[in-house]
Design a protein. Structure first.
Length: 352
């Protein structure tokens, strides 16, 4: 059973402000080693390090925490079924808003436990950067994956541009809390998510796109040039994962497809679905993947929006601003905007 919100706040060290950086808590960062697991964390501004022999509870800054160290669930590129789907994006360290959305819309209960049954929750990237609650969001989503499976449901966390940026050492949008934590631990921040770390292994296992029924979920979108590669969703995911971190490649550079997928017209960066895409080109991409619509984040709006008669749905509702957010609910073929109070508004596929 998962810990309640009050305990989560204590566990992951949200007691931080501009005037109290010296006393902040952060972590844990867990690494697989021959001796078992090495744990690095910050309590009251001081670094601590210790070992675990196996999956265990740890003492974290005066609280008891159960680490989720189990293997990563197998990834799929497409799945079909008569189940409800909830989707949100661009959390950007705003753990509290994410939790409130999930609770209000009965994805999890008041203690954070999965109550969505056989439903699927999709997060289309960008947990990292900007906000100060990244680590707790990562550990919680990792834990929730396993919980959903117990009830026949699934959690699908897809990679966004900010996950890829951090893993590749681009820290320009990082909250200052994490630079301070990395300095105290004595490790560059991106190396806290190395291949030896539990969260780093988990991130490296993730897809960049998934098709659920007739819906294509990804962070940014597909540019029409994707059709020239004649690649399947499975191949796109395989290459994206294999070439995720440039410094870890066994060859000097990414493949042609890998360069495209990680480039400005690739699925984590492309914004053209909301601006200059040709309607005919959009239809051709969807037809190639046998899909009816894109459901994407990356391009910020004030709410969940529909474009091109419902062929594009944007779910980046500006959670990153730290004030409010929405998620998309798909239930029995009906699409709903759902807010932090659990209120639903039917999403109309109007011309825009």
């Amino acid at each position: 059973m998962y810990i309640n919100k009050k305990l989560v706040l204590g566990l992951f060290g949200l007691f931080i402000s501009a005037n109290s950086m010296a006393m902040f808590n952060e972590g844990p960062y867990v690494f697989s080693e021959k001796e078992g697991y090495r744990v690095e964390l910050i309590c009251a501004g001081k670094a601590r390090s210790f070992y675990l022999q196996a999956q265990s509870h740890i003492e974290y800054c005066g609280q008891r925490m159960a680490l989720e160290l189990t293997p990563n669930p197998p990834q799929v590129s497409q799945i079909e079924g008569a189940f409800p789907v909830a989707a949100l994006s661009d959390i950007h360290g705003q753990y509290d808003i994410m939790i409130q959305l999930l609770k209000a819309n009965k994805i999890v209960d008041e203690n954070g436990n999965w109550v969505f049954g056989k439903g699927h929750l999709v997060i289309t990237g960008d947990i990292f950067d900007r906000g100060s609650q990244v680590t707790e969001a990562l550990w919680y989503i990792k834990w929730l994956e396993g919980e959903a499976l117990k009830y026949g449901g699934r959690v699908h966390f897809l990679l966004g541009n900010h996950e890829v940026m951090v893993l590749n050492g681009d820290l320009r949008y990082l909250h200052k809390k994490y630079l301070k934590a990395a300095s105290l631990i004595g490790t560059p921040f991106e190396q806290l998510f190395s291949k030896k770390s539990v969260l780093g292994q988990w991130l490296r296992s993730k897809n960049v796109v998934i098709k659920i029924n007739e819906n294509l979920f990804l962070h940014g979108g597909f540019h029409p040039n994707i059709l020239g590669f004649k690649a399947s969703l499975k191949e796109i995911n395989r290459v994206f994962r294999a070439e995720l971190v440039a410094d870890e490649l066994s060859v000097a550079k990414r493949s042609k497809l890998g360069r495209y997928l990680h480039g400005t017209k690739g699925p984590i960066w492309y914004r053209g679905l909301f601006s200059n895409i040709d309607r005919e080109a959009l239809s051709k991409i969807l037809a190639y993947f046998n899909a009816s619509r894109f459901i994407v984040g990356h391009t910020s709006h004030s709410e969940v929006v529909s474009r091109h008669f419902g062929k594009v749905i944007g779910i980046d509702s500006s959670i990153k601003l730290g004030h409010k957010g929405e998620l998309l609910l798909i239930d029995k073929g009906v699409f709903w905007r759902a807010d932090m109070q659990g209120q639903r508004v039917k999403l109309h596929f109007d011309e825009r």
